[in-house]
Design a protein around this ligand. Structure first.
Ligand SMILES: [Zn+2]
Length: 363
């Protein structure tokens, strides 16, 4: 069960990235099951009075709606998945009972405020005017362009060979780097930039964002930004969430930093190690206009788990991916598709490209 009437998560599945534990700060913010079982919820003080109102032009907002909004916004701090779970429960109860939901008070109010604050400005009285940023799976366009992206590097094992293949094919791409690897391999990072490729933010150490506290989320994204930009002297172009997993708070940090969030529409293909032929056939026949292709030049969390079977399997998978790249580039080019960086795809599609219906079922 992901949420109860309080909007608090009741349990969080273990994660290989965090050793199966709830992060310390988040854990301390959650009420124990025993505490919840002893808690009696009081009726809201304003129940029976006139409904509170939203600002002019937004219509009226009942206490029930206000309360529900608080729960939903609070859930955003602990992940979209958790938020949806909580939202479903709250909506059902509100609809069935048609009464105001209880407003958390005392200690529970403190917990709710801490969670709610994650998706709002640090100073609640100030507006969070971060504008509009996109979550991009693919780019609607008729132009024969697709984005080629590499995650988790730079690493000496994979990045130089990828750079060579890209140079031979005359292709530029986006490298979504892990801050840890960028610092460990500074010269390699500079080589990527010198070759004309784009850099994106792939967090500092590739932790699962849905398992992190708001502060940990901010640290992972901002530390990558600051360290990488300090090395290369230019801003990162956007954000690629590890494993494509996002939370409301991660989206907020990205909005603050002006990042579009780049997910993807195509990967290298089926699970497992596979063969170069399978990868070449898969990508060579699949990639079309507007696609965002997600490949890798590193091992993600495997970077920190050398010698494990998990890392060995991932390394074998990456090796096949890298070896397949030259033929993939050739096959895609043969079909008239030009691979380029994410930023260039977006700019080209926005500059006279004729939008088409969204592609579906491409990954
Ligand atoms: Zn990754």
């Amino acid at each position: 069960m992901l949420g109860d009437l309080t909007g608090h998560p009741q349990s969080i599945p273990g994660s290989p990235d965090t050793g199966g534990t709830v992060p310390g700060r988040l854990k301390s913010a959650l009420p124990s099951a025993d505490h919840l079982s002893r808690t009696r919820w009081s009726r809201p003080r304003s129940a029976g009075r006139r409904p509170r109102t939203r600002p002019a032009g937004r219509g009226q907002c009942t206490v029930a709606e206000t309360s529900r909004r608080r729960f939903l916004l609070g859930a955003g701090a602990t992940g979209i998945a958790l938020g949806l779970g909580s939202a479903g429960v709250v909506e059902t109860v509100a609809d069935r009972a048609s009464v105001a939901l209880p407003i958390p008070r005392g200690e529970h109010d403190y917990h709710a405020r801490e969670l709610e604050g994650a998706a709002f400005p640090q100073v609640p009285e100030e507006p969070g005017r971060f504008g509009m940023n996109r979550v991009i799976w693919s780019v609607p366009t008729t132009r024969p362009l697709a984005a080629l992206t590499f995650d988790d590097g730079p690493t000496p094992e994979y990045t130089p060979r990828i750079l060579e293949a890209l140079r031979d094919a005359g292709v530029t791409a986006t490298f979504n780097v892990m801050g840890h690897n960028a610092v460990a391999h500074r010269n390699l990072l500079r080589e990527v930039v010198a070759a004309g490729h784009e850099l994106g933010n792939h967090t500092w150490s590739h932790l699962n964002l849905t398992r992190l506290t708001p502060q940990q989320t901010r640290d992972e994204i901002v530390r990558c930004k600051e360290t990488v930009e300090d090395i290369v002297g230019q801003p990162l172009a956007g954000f690629r969430p590890p494993r494509g997993m996002l939370t409301g708070y991660a989206l907020r940090v990205c909005a603050e930093l002006g990042y579009d969030v780049w997910v993807w529409s195509c990967t290298r293909g089926p699970d497992g190690v596979g063969t170069t032929d399978v990868v070449v056939d898969h990508l060579g026949s699949l990639v079309g206009p507007g696609d965002v292709v997600d490949l890798h030049d590193g091992l993600g969390r495997g970077t920190f788990q050398p010698g494990t079977s998990f890392t060995a399997g991932l390394a074998a998978r990456r090796e096949v991916e890298v070896r397949a790249l030259p033929a993939v580039l050739h096959r895609v080019a043969e079909r008239g598709i030009t691979l380029t960086s994410a930023g260039r795809l977006l700019a080209a599609a926005s500059d006279g490209g004729v939008p088409t219906a969204q592609r579906t079922g491409t990954a």
